[in-house]
Design a protein around this ligand. Structure first.
Ligand code: PMV
Length: 359
């Protein structure tokens, strides 16, 4: 794929007067089987599967204009943000071979998240995929629509280079990233859509994100992935993740919610267990994370309602359940769980359709 896209890159002269503005919104995603540990150039140590979200998204606009040399500025939520800007600029510089036309453009990027920055929700998946969608659109304006530039696979490939989990954000409903024998067409270099291989119940899933802490992460995902290199359980973890992928794919197809719940919760706890036993070790759950988990398990036992939790690399709890149970679960959140959240705060999200063009 790499060579195909290198060949396809627009290497010509950017026409005089080439200027305009593009805009894309791209959602965050929540992994069910977790990606934790990588090798080489953003290649995951094991496959992962995620739900694409809807309400937690990044909206990015790029104003582009022909220039003598590369020019770049980055504004986040209305203010120039050199820290975020530097990350995006580095991605562009590292991948100039794919985007050689940037050396003839000035780009002004404006980005904002629909969720609060302090909510502890990972924003790199949504922000990097939104940025890539915009860049591919600019490329499309230069080369014309007849090339493969518009494909989501290509967007996933470049999103992966910018931030691993972003590879999964470009597809509707659910995505699988990394090669597995259990799914034909899967690849280490980009994610693929699972939308046609899942029981309809999963397209109705809610993700209610319970904000246990709004603090920024105590371990960055880059440092977290690196810690897997010395983790004594790494080999066993990668084997287990592969097994979970296979079993989850089967459960997703048939709509087997018991297996879905079992694997999803086990994966969340494994991610945190891996961090607890790495060196240095991290405990990313807070007391209220555990309080919420206990409440969820008690409620499920009592009501038989198929809700379960997952966790990202932080203390906030993602509550997953089908739409048919939404009324009862929302009552449960308000009556029992919101009290464990910062200012009773939780975000109502659900499975979504992937990136949307804004302009
Ligand atoms: O994409 P990164 O490098 O931020 O890593 C994401 C890792 C987890 O969010 C913990 C798991 C995942 O698969 O999304």
């Amino acid at each position: 794929m790499e060579n195909k896209w290198l060949n396809e890159a627009f290497k010509g002269e950017v026409p005089n007067g080439f200027q305009g503005k593009v805009g894309w919104a791209s959602p965050s995603n929540i992994a069910l089987v977790k990606y934790w540990g990588k090798k080489g150039k953003q290649i995951p140590q094991n496959p992962s599967i995620s739900f694409t979200l809807s309400e937690c998204r990044t909206e990015t606009f790029i104003e582009y204009e022909k220039a003598d040399r590369f020019g770049f500025s980055f504004f986040f939520e209305g203010k120039e943000n050199p820290v975020f800007g530097a990350k995006i600029e580095k991605f562009l510089m590292d991948n100039q071979a794919f985007f050689p036309f940037i050396n003839q453009l000035h780009l002004k990027v404006e980005s904002r998240n629909t969720f609060p920055h302090s909510s502890g929700i990972a924003s790199s998946a949504s922000s990097m995929s939104a940025f890539v969608m915009c860049m591919l659109e600019i490329e499309r304006l230069l080369v014309g629509p007849s090339t493969g530039s518009g494909t989501l696979i290509k967007a996933s490939y470049f999103s992966r280079l910018a931030s691993g989990s972003a590879a999964r954000s470009v597809f509707p409903a659910m995505a699988l990233w990394a090669k597995t024998e259990a799914y034909e067409g899967s690849s280490d270099e980009y994610a693929v859509s699972l939308a046609d291989d899942i029981h309809p119940v999963f397209k109705t899933y809610h993700d209610s994100i319970l904000i246990v802490s709004g603090e920024t992460k105590s371990v960055s995902s880059r440092a977290g992935h690196a810690l897997m290199e010395g983790n004594p359980y790494a080999k066993a973890r990668y084997a287990k993740a592969n097994e979970n992928i296979k079993d989850l794919l089967t459960a997703l197809k048939s709509g087997d919610l018991d297996t879905f719940i079992n694997i999803t919760e086990s994966e969340a706890l494994q991610l945190h267990a891996l961090m607890m036993c790495s060196n240095p070790s991290f405990i990313l759950m807070k007391p209220n994370t555990l309080n919420i988990i206990n409440e969820i398990r008690g409620f499920r036992e009592e009501t038989k309602i198929p809700l379960c939790f997952t966790l990202d690399a932080g203390p906030n709890v993602h509550l997953l359940y089908p739409d048919s149970e939404a009324e009862k679960v929302v009552h449960f959140i308000k009556d029992n769980l919101a009290a464990y959240c910062v200012d009773n705060k939780w975000i109502a999200d659900h499975v979504g359709d992937g990136p949307k063009k804004l302009l």
